[in-house]
Design a protein around this ligand. Sequence first.
Ligand code: MD6
Ligand code: FE
Length: 206
Amino acid sequence: MPELPKRPDMLIRGFSVFKGAIDPAGQARIVECLRDVVAAAPLFSPQTPYGKPMSVRMTSAGRVGWHADRTGYRYTTHHPNGTAWPPIPKPVLDVWRMVSGVDRDPDCCLVNYYGEGARMGLHQDKDEADFRWPVVSISLGDDALFRVGNVTRGGTTESLWLGSGDVVVMGGDARLAYHGIDRTRFASSQLLPKGGRINLTLRVAV
Ligand code: MD6
Ligand code: FE
């Protein structure tokens, strides 16, 4: 069971930030579980509707997985290779249960891998059926510069560095706020042998 504080260390534009909420042993346990997830459901580079592949490689665990291709973004029951998504690992579910504040488990765990130079543009998470459920994000590996904006495009933004073991909860009025990753400090962490960053986002999708 991960040791998680009950209260966030920081509240930034409605995003609750729990710094170092997962200890190094807990992080390593999650990474071990993710090896099984990517063995069953290999990472892939989704095509965007704009025709350019994302720099982040992705896969999913759970009843549904998030998928992007030229026709748009949606949740599907199967990996593009035709297999059902593997189950969400228990140590990952434990993190959700500690911080989400809701009694329903997520049905999707999106796995994002950031290699050197990967980034994620400002976006809203809005492919889920009901925005009353929060999104919980777990950062593992390299540091990443996370930017948070507003629920509409434009306006001022604030940035903070997310490190390995940090957990962010996006809910309430912030559920539809724009956010993204400007850059990572490649190989700043030793958690992953080849460097890089993993971000897990847990959602109630359907
Ligand atoms: C990332 N995170 O940290 C990207 N989405 O790599 C997200 O897109 C995100 O951190 C929803 C809620 C929290 C997040
Ligand atoms: Fe997001």
